[in-house]
Design a protein around this ligand. Structure first.
Ligand code: AVI
Length: 317
């Protein structure tokens, strides 16, 4: 909902996504207010290692990071940050300015207010925009060296083609010579991966099923949510965890003014979370115009932070 109005893009995505034959709805629609609360809960689950591991890693590499970057530039965060990770980075690199970019003004204002209190000398200048496109940064930071921050391994939620577009747009936003600190979740054994996306308390299931609640609420849907089940599947060929909503019986329902049918066992694909090894992460970065300069990994090599630079582009060889 945008100011009480249904986002027309949500309506269009749901109509197209439910028609089949391959049913899929973009993961961006998982994050309404309830979905964002549930995701917050996910980050605190014992099975969901990425948030915990990235926070530990950031705390550990602070001094080294500062040696690479120096101080006194601007940190530009893609997506409103986390209350723990962002302050860790700001304490390590002590920038002059901090620019969080997010599509949700509410999150941005809350983050800006809390950081201004915590870092009174920091110039906090939020930008309300869709960071997947190129973004105009505030004039006040135009001449400062820039460090982009893209945490959480959110790059994994984009299929490679979109991930490359995103990285290119980040390069355009930050400019040649900028640095980017970006998190990648690594390929790991399935007994760790699957529970991270299908936890014992059922929070990830509720997060996924909330998409159907949202469709019923915002698009006058008649979906029998109790007949759908959350599934987390490892797709080895694509190197990703997929979230699906699987129908437990044949169903007919309407939503967004259209009628749909789904058979028992068929599913709606709702999210991808790609997992990388360091080589493939470097290649992805390089396709997006970024050269990896330094890398830090958790002790079990399950999660990595890569510092990359937007170097002048030379065509091969
Ligand atoms: C936001 N993103 C990095 C999460 C992930 O791990 O892919 C989203 C998520 N989906 C289910 N659990 C977490």
């Amino acid at each position: 909902m945008l100011n009480g109005q249904v986002d027309p893009q949500f309506r269009a995505d749901v109509q197209k996504g439910l028609r089949g034959p391959r049913r899929a709805i973009s993961a961006r629609w998982l994050y309404d207010r309830r979905g964002s609360e549930l995701f917050d809960e996910i980050t605190r689950l014992p099975e969901y290692y990425p948030t915990r591991v990235e926070t530990e890693l950031l705390a550990k590499i602070g001094t080294e990071l500062q040696e690479h970057i120096g101080t006194s530039g601007a940190v530009v965060e893609f997506g409103a940050g986390s209350v723990t990770k962002t302050p860790l980075l700001l304490r390590a690199v002590r920038p002059t300015a901090f620019v969080p970019i997010d599509i949700s003004g509410d999150y941005l204002r809350a983050e800006a207010a809390s950081l201004s209190g915590e870092f009174p000398d920091l110039l906090v200048s939020p930008v309300e925009a869709d960071f997947t496109g190129a973004v105009a940064l505030p004039a006040a930071i135009a001449d400062m060296p820039k460090l982009g921050f893209f945490s959480g391994s959110t790059i994994g939620n984009f299929v490679p083609r979109s991930a490359v577009n995103l990285l290119r747009n980040m390069r355009q936003t930050l400019g040649e010579g900028a640095m980017l600190l970006i998190a990648f979740d690594r390929v790991k054994p399935l007994d760790l991966l699957i529970p991270a996306y299908d936890d014992a308390a059922g929070v990830t299931a509720a997060f996924n099923l909330n998409l159907l609640e949202r469709i019923n609420r915002e698009l006058d849907g008649t979906i029998d949510i109790s007949s759908f089940a959350h599934k987390a599947i490892w797709n080895d060929r694509e190197s990703r965890i997929e979230m699906h909503l699987r129908a437990g019986r044949d169903m007919e329902f309407s939503a967004a003014g259209e009628d749909f049918a789904i058979k028992a066992g068929e599913s709606i694909h709702t999210e991808n979370s790609h997992k990388y090894d360091l080589r493939s992460a470097r290649i992805l970065l390089s396709a997006g115009g970024w050269t990896a300069k330094a890398e830090w990994s958790s002790d079990d090599d399950g999660f990595s932070l890569i510092l990359a630079e937007a170097m002048p582009v030379y065509d091969a060889p």
